[in-house]
Design a protein around this ligand. Structure first.
Ligand SMILES: NC(=O)C1=CN([C@@H]2O[C@H](COP(=O)(O)OP(=O)(O)OC[C@H]3O[C@@H](n4cnc5c(N)ncnc54)[C@H](O)[C@@H]3O)[C@@H](O)[C@H]2O)C=CC1
Ligand SMILES: C[N+](C)(C)CC(=O)CC(=O)[O-]
Length: 490
């Protein structure tokens, strides 16, 4: 059954939260007095739909319903999570919490998106202070996993645990800060870098574009995968962090930053920055820039996923959770042998399309190879078995591209065993969007010893599982297109 979240304030951040919840199957009830809120959230949802579902190799649940309400009391009805994303003004946040707490469930989490206020400030005068906690996300909320969760001394431990579980189930990373501080942790860095950048532009040292290039061609990429300390540990060479600190410690006293020194925030400075920013990026609309940003983020995060590292490792963990308890997580004995086996149900990600605007040919093999890996896992040739020295190598592949498919489509792959005996495994995959057949992939594999790199017999358990599917699937008949050679009639 779908769960319900209330979004109070549906601007840049509230819209991102709405998308994160809805695309993970939650119903979302929005309150925002802006008459344009529905349109704005619709546009954010549109961006989220084209980017988020393709991050993982397992399809997200069916999208929840997003509804708009004229009063806070109506929006919070039945909500187990209430996310406040109203403007960053303490009196507006206090008034919002008073209205929310008058009508919401006592066991609901009330998260605040505040970038800078401490929970003790938000909780002042609240009916139930322990229910309110900072849940500070990062833009775009539907793609970036970090949420700084700061309950403060008054925060109720059980609700904090509930909040962590919910955020993890949304594919997010709750960073639970045990001590409150202005601007939490991440925004303190952003503010320091921002302040330094303002100085560099004001003093004519660098333009906005040069500063962005200094970040995106260098340390920005490094930070995305290892953060600060792990990166500097490596920079210390073989002696690691101690050597790094000894070498660069003295620089702390040199005039390398003006971090606490705030430039005077004049109209002249605003015009200087805004003018340079227009010259740098004015050729694109904000929506275009959002889509460029999302394409880049999806591609980078999927790269980290392949490395099972950082934000990518988080995606892999989310994927395992999504597989658990479904056919996509089952083993041979739990699956019927008289019908093809479901080996993939996933969304075509943004980085799988090409200049023709559809899924590029190499990704068909990618999808079929993943389906083969999944079938190997089903029959017992999993990571543990492979580390013991046995595996399958693909000897031959034939793919038929039958129909187009685009980014965002949910595709399903089913697998029929044509031959399964001894070291031989002959698989036929069919890829569909709904009922539409998109492609077939025929693969012949041999079981090998990873020590000799030569064909060898699989374990008796694997062979038995394979033979069971081969016998059951034989009754289905030979699938149309199996054994086809290039040039034959279609
Ligand atoms: N923009 C950003 O990069 C980030 C912002 N935040 C935080 O998120 C919160 C919201 O910021 P944004 O979304 O950027 O602002 P925004 O200006 O885009 O959205 C604020 C929304 O709140 C609505 N609103 C105004 N008064 C309201 C009320 N009394 N009740 C309900 N809705 C009301 C407005 O109509 C508007 O749609 C702030 O606390 C901000 O610090 C957090 C992370 C990043
Ligand atoms: C600029 N900001 C302080 C509102 C930024 C944030 O709070 C987080 C983000 O998304 O950069």
């Amino acid at each position: 059954m779908s769960r319900t979240a209330a979004i109070i304030g549906g601007g840049v951040i509230g819209g991102g939260w709405a998308a994160r919840f809805a695309l993970n199957g939650w119903h979302v009830r929005v309150y925002d007095p802006d008459p344009e809120a529905k349109r704005k959230i619709g546009e954010v949802m549109g961006n989220a739909r084209r980017s988020l579902p393709g991050l993982t190799d397992v399809a997200l649940p069916a999208e929840g319903k997003v509804s708009f309400h004229a009063a806070i009391a109506e929006a919070v009805a039945g909500a187990e999570w209430i996310q406040e994303s109203v403007p960053e003004r303490l009196e507006v946040k206090h008034a919002t919490f008073a209205e929310v707490q008058a009508d919401c469930a006592e066991r609901a989490v009330i998260g605040s998106s505040t970038s800078g206020f401490k929970p003790s400030e938000l909780q002042q005068g609240a009916a139930r202070p322990g229910q309110i906690m900072v849940a500070h996300p990062f833009n775009p909320v539907y793609l970036l996993p970090l949420v700084e969760l700061v309950p403060g001394d008054a925060g109720e431990a059980a609700l904090v645990e509930q909040a962590k579980t919910t955020l993890s189930s949304l594919g997010m990373y709750p960073l639970h800060l045990k001590k409150e501080i202005d601007a939490h942790v991440a925004d303190r860095f952003l503010e320091a870098v921002w302040r330094e950048a303002l100085w560099l532009v004001k003093d004519g040292i660098a333009t906005t574009e040069e500063i962005d290039n200094a970040i995106r061609y260098g340390f920005g990429i490094r930070w995305a995968q290892m953060g600060l300390f792990e990166t500097y540990r490596v920079a210390g060479g073989e002696a690691g962090m101690k050597h790094f600190m000894a070498q660069f410690g003295p620089a702390l006293k040199w005039p390398w930053t003006k971090l606490m020194d705030v430039p005077e925030f004049t109209d002249e400075l605003v015009d200087l920055i805004a003018g340079q920013s227009d010259a740098q990026s004015g050729a694109y609309s904000i929506r275009e820039l959002e889509r460029i940003r999302d394409n880049n983020l999806v591609t980078m995060m999927r790269g980290l996923k392949a490395q099972d590292w950082g934000a990518g490792a988080l995606l892999n963990a989310q994927e395992s959770e999504m597989r658990a308890g479904t056919a996509l997580g089952a083993r041979a004995a739990e699956l019927p042998a008289d019908q093809p086996v479901l080996t993939a149900r996933r969304t075509v990600p943004l980085d799988w399309t090409d200049y023709n605007g559809h899924m590029t040919e190499s990704r068909y093999l990618n999808a079929f190879a993943d389906a083969t890996d999944r079938f190997m896992e089903i029959i017992g040739s999993d990571a543990e078995y492979i580390s013991s020295g046995g595996s399958y190598f693909t000897a031959e592949t034939h793919i038929r591209h039958l129909d187009e498919v685009h980014a965002g489509a949910v595709i399903k792959i089913t697998t029929q065993v044509i031959l399964g005996e001894g070291k031989k495994m002959h698989l036929f995959h069919e890829m569909r969007e709904g009922e539409r057949l998109l492609a077939t992939g025929e693969h012949f594999l041999l079981h090998v010893s990873l020590e000799t790199r030569k064909p060898s017999a699989p374990s008796p358990e694997i062979e038995a599982a394979l033979v069971r599917f081969a016998a059951g699937h034989a009754a289905l008949g030979r699938p149309e297109g199996a054994g086809r050679a290039i040039g034959g009639p279609r």
